[in-house]
Design a protein around this ligand. Sequence first.
Ligand code: KIV
Length: 269
Amino acid sequence: MSKYSELKKINLNTFKKMKADGEKITSITAYDYTSAKILDKSGVEIILVGDSLGSVMNGYDNSIPVTLDEIIYHAKAVKRASKRAYLVADMPFGSYHVSDEQGLENAIRLVKETGFDAVKIEGGKGRASMVKKFTDAGIVVMGHIGLMPQMVHTMGGYKVQGRNGHEEMLEDAKALEEAGAFAIVIEGAVADVAEKISKNISIPTIGIGAGAGCDGQVLVYHDIFGLFDDYVPKFVKQYADVKTIVGDACKQYIEDVKASRFPAKEYTY
Ligand code: KIV
């Protein structure tokens, strides 16, 4: 038990204190009411409605087709379940890529319609002016650097970043920090690079496939609980095998119904 597990509601100050105390930040994605309720009660500090919902909820090949309406739909469900966790929603591909103004309009819509605490956008230096615009307007922003799934086509696939050193990614992180981001996701990056960045900026880094040197970690709900097996990246640790539990339970139910064992008397009016 850490002193942070006693907190009734996680807020921006919590993350500043956690970074200063060297207390790791935990985050898991969620996309629906029931899952978010479990996570919120478990004590995770950040629930992220990620555009990973494109793959794990909808079966898209990547996050590109995800729309702002879809993010808003899922975020509203997560909000109804969450009392304690800090809530962050992804801005999907196309919702902020035309201009800073387009991004701001959509970010305003996202926080207004969902009641979420913050939005997340991908990109480094090139997004700094947008992060500043959002924060000036009162919208809290999480950055996202390293492997950026929304850039899958221009990046030439899902490739680990930072193999040529830390300079460029550190510049990106510093630009986001200066622009007002409250935290930065570092995805798919060499561990030493992510650690160097984490030590050289004052805001927390949240790693996914970026090693143990980050100030926190995030994983996708369907990955961490062993629900999604289209592909399982190297960085995923499955803490449960829910796919097998559900599959076995389903087989038992089928057998019971076929054998007229279900519904027995106790399940009957
Ligand atoms: O979309 C998502 O779930 C994310 C996390 C993996 C960081 O961006």
